[in-house]
Design a protein around this ligand. Structure first.
Ligand code: ADP
Ligand code: MG
Length: 238
């Protein structure tokens, strides 16, 4: 069974169509990356999967459920926002536990899940700090921790590393790869950075003007780009 499936999905903003009939099956545990130039529809497609953007036509399946009309809170997915979405007045512990507190879980259960997330993300030493007293990479880990605690079906990332400096970006790329190995969760990740896509993805989805130009493993895209657009974007020597 696929974890998430898109069936001929379209997105219209008024009379402008920005997603033009996208079909995609994402397997459980797969790391899929949407890549493409600015404005090609990556964020819109991800937000449609998350339920943050209404799907104009087509279907979004999560497991065997038709989730097309479900609100974000019912989808069981975690959208990992950039680290600046942390609550500045809360400790790391409270930031990570916040979604569970909002959901009304008992304190003991919250503490247990927060500790587990802290262990996976190596945040143990920072639990009582405020976000302003953390490095960019640590903040990003807190943002991820906040989504781990809900045991999501899949993690959705929209350019999570784009506001980090180059060295940190490389470090966090490695952290995210490790996180995927540890959690074995489905991850859908948006980036306009080819290198990020080539190093992290099981499969890359290249978007061009709201359509899929090609889907394949990094190697397939590199060795057999479907067209010049993909070749130029991936940087293969065609
Ligand atoms: P990407 O994330 O690949 O840079 P987006 O998904 O943000 O691209 O945007 C795809 C297209 O949809 C762009 O042309 C953008 O201007 C348009 N768009 C995105 N959000 C809206 C909106 N709320 N209203 C109208 N147009 C939008
Ligand atoms: Mg975007």
């Amino acid at each position: 069974m696929s974890s998430i499936a898109l069936r001929n999905v379209e997105k219209w903003f008024g009379n402008i169509q920005v997603i033009k009939g996208v079909d995609l099956e994402i397997a459980e545990g797969e790391f899929v990356i949407f890549v493409g130039p600015s404005g090609c529809g990556k964020s819109t497609l991800l937000r449609m999967i998350a339920g943050l953007e209404e799907t104009s036509r087509g279907q979004i399946m999560i497991g065997d459920r038709d989730a097309t009309a479900e609100p974000p809170s019912k989808r069981g997915l975690a959208m990992v926002f950039q680290s600046y979405a942390l609550y500045p007045h809360m400790s790391v512990r409270d930031n990570v536990g916040f979604p569970l507190k909002s959901a009304g879980l008992p304190a003991a259960e919250i503490a247990e899940k927060v500790d587990e997330a802290a262990r996976v993300l190596k945040l143990d030493a920072y639990m009582d700090r405020r976000p302003k007293d953390l490095s960019g990479g640590q903040r990003q880990r807190v943002a991820i921790g906040r989504s781990i605690v809900r045991d999501p079906t899949a993690f959705l990332f929209d350019e999570p590393l784009s506001n980090l400096d180059a060295a940190l970006r490389v470090e966090m790329r490695y952290e995210i790869a490790k996180l995927h190995q540890t959690l074995k969760s489905t991850m859908i990740y948006v980036t306009h950075d080819q290198v990020e896509a080539m190093t992290l993805a099981d499969r890359i989805v290249v978007l061009e003007g709201g359509r899929i130009a090609q889907v394949g493993s990094p190697r397939e895209l590199y060795e057999s780009p479907a067209n010049l657009f993909v070749a130029q974007f991936i940087g293969s020597p065609r």
